[in-house]
Design a protein around this ligand. Structure first.
Ligand code: ADP
Length: 159
């Protein structure tokens, strides 16, 4: 049978337990899950691309079918190159919906074969975002319960 391949794209600046929860659950439902850091020129990031990839790789080391990559192109082109038929996105609250709908609609127009699957976040992470994590950590407060261990170490080194 053909391999079921999915892509979970994002900025991951840095990866949080919310992202990790989606990754763990998505990885159980696909043969291969690419976690792909998108190069976003309009966003100034705290961690550079290599650091973000390393933190994802360390945080997902125990999940054998996860592959960490980066991409600077259009998501639909990247997905095709990887033979992925599904894009995974996480939904936290109603506030995510409009933005996600817009992206999914555009991707569908660009490549109708590519499906977007939405996964509801675990309620314990519904308030969690990379930006909140960066903000709190920048004031020297602990975010240990909110991020994987490699990320909390990297944040301590940074601030
Ligand atoms: P982007 O800039 O593409 O939104 P993010 O790294 O912020 O990149 O998010 C990547 C994906 O992960 C998005 O689908 C986002 O909705 C989802 N996500 C972000 N935070 C969480 C969370 N706490 N729980 C579940 N999904 C999340």
């Amino acid at each position: 049978m053909e391999e079921r391949i999915a892509v979970y794209p994002g900025t991951f600046d840095p990866i949080t337990n919310g992202h990790l929860n989606i990754i763990e659950r998505a990885a159980r439902n696909f043969d291969v899950l690419y976690v792909t850091v998108l190069k976003n020129s309009s966003k100034k990031s705290l961690f550079d691309l290599e650091e973000r990839m390393r933190l994802i790789a360390e945080s997902t080391a125990s999940i054998p079918n996860v592959r960490v990559e980066s991409s600077g192109g259009l998501l639909v082109d990247y997905a095709k190159e990887k033979s992925a038929h599904v894009v995974i996105r996480g939904l936290r609250a109603v506030s995510d919906f409009e933005y996600e709908l817009q992206i999914a609609a555009m991707n569908n127009k660009l490549d109708p074969e590519l499906e977007t699957f939405f996964m509801m976040t675990n309620p314990s992470y519904s308030f969690l975002s990379s930006s909140i994590v960066r903000e709190v950590a920048s004031y020297g407060r602990s975010v240990d319960d909110l991020v994987p261990k490699p990320v909390s170490l990297a944040l301590k080194a940074k601030f």
